[in-house]
Write a protein that binds this ligand. Structure first.
Ligand SMILES: O=C1NC(=O)NC(C(=O)O)N1
Length: 313
């Protein structure tokens, strides 16, 4: 019996495929669709202290190779998602859910975590350290000192399973430095990667940018992102202590892409751009495709091949 089930933070998930924060997870209507799909679970849109309308539209554009977005963290506010998850924990108790959060400073991170700690939430927190699209706000994941400060405080205040969503890195020394920082903390996971920040996709016919915010600059996802995503997944898989698992995000639109992320070390894979394009039925297709690849290779579980990428030496 070929299985795509997985374990993360000691929690069992029937399927290793789920949505990426930001896609199909803005409100109950969207989250219900993921909940009722073949996805193993869902993560909410990144919740902030108060609701946000986000950036001006158009703020998302798909191309045949992926997507560009500058949403600007539009969300219903943390409490909305906590209420939704609380309801789902009662209605569908055998699944564990992810709550994505982002504060705009350390005090807000503490506040968000205190709210979750005080609630009936029994899921997993994904602390987003990598949104590239809030004007004037940096991608925290590129400020190594601040990451260390935040995580020090986070683990003083929060006791439940928690991981972080990181931006993509492009330098081996940065993988080394970030892994050294992260290995100090009882992180449940690292989710690599968020979009490649501040890319530019142009409509050469009209000679214009394709999204309105930030003169067209936005986070890049999809096929454009996959090689970088695989490298980040594998770099952290190689460097982090075994207790810190990897969630692979970036460029997954086929069972093969999911297979490659797991081969690089991912324990869970998240789908963004392709989910936005195809809808939640994508999870049935991806699961079937992944199982076919596993069958052809003689694998029955993800542990048969997770992290077993071969080198040419
Ligand atoms: O973390 C994020 N990454 C993105 O690519 N876009 C969203 C956003 O803009 O809300 N946030």
């Amino acid at each position: 019996m070929i299985s795509t089930k997985t374990t993360l933070a000691g929690i069992h998930f029937d399927n290793c495929l789920m949505n990426a924060a930001g896609v199909y997870c803005y409100d109950a209507s969207e989250l219900n669709q993921i909940q009722n799909s073949m996805a193993g679970t869902f993560v909410t849109k990144t919740g902030t202290v108060t609701p946000r309308t986000g950036n001006q539209v158009p703020r998302y554009r798909a191309t045949h190779l992926g997507s560009i977005n500058s949403m600007g963290l539009p969300n219903k506010g943390l409490q909305y998602y906590m209420d939704y998850i609380s309801q789902q924990q009662k209605a569908v108790p055998h699944k564990t859910y992810f709550q994505s959060i982002a504060g705009f400073n350390l005090a807000e991170d503490e506040y968000l975590l205190a709210q979750i700690q005080a609630s009936d939430f029994t899921g997993v927190v994904e602390l987003n350290l990598s949104c590239p699209n809030v004007p004037g706000k940096p991608q925290i994941g590129y400020d190594f000192e601040t990451v260390e400060k935040i995580l020090t405080r986070v683990f003083e205040v929060y006791r439940g399973p928690l991981g972080i969503k990181l931006p993509p890195y492009f330098d081996i020394v940065h993988f080394d430095q970030m892994a050294t920082i992260l290995n100090q903390f009882p992180l449940a996971f690292v989710n690599s990667v968020n979009s490649i920040g501040n890319g530019l996709i142009i409509d050469s016919l009209s000679e214009r940018v394709t999204i309105k915010p930030k003169h067209g600059f936005g986070g890049i996802g999809g096929d454009y992102l996959k090689p970088t995503a695989l490298a980040n997944v594998h770099a952290f898989y190689q460097r982090l202590k075994p207790s810190i698992q990897i969630i692979g995000t970036g460029g997954i639109k086929s069972g093969q892409d999911a297979f490659e992320h797991i081969l690089c070390g991912a324990s869970m894979v998240q789908v963004g751009t392709a989910l936005h394009a195809e809808g939640p039925q994508i999870f049935a297709r991806l699961t079937a495709e992944l199982k076919t690849i596993m069958y052809q290779k003689g694998y029955t579980t993800l542990t048969d091949f997770r992290g077993k990428l071969n080198y040419l030496d």
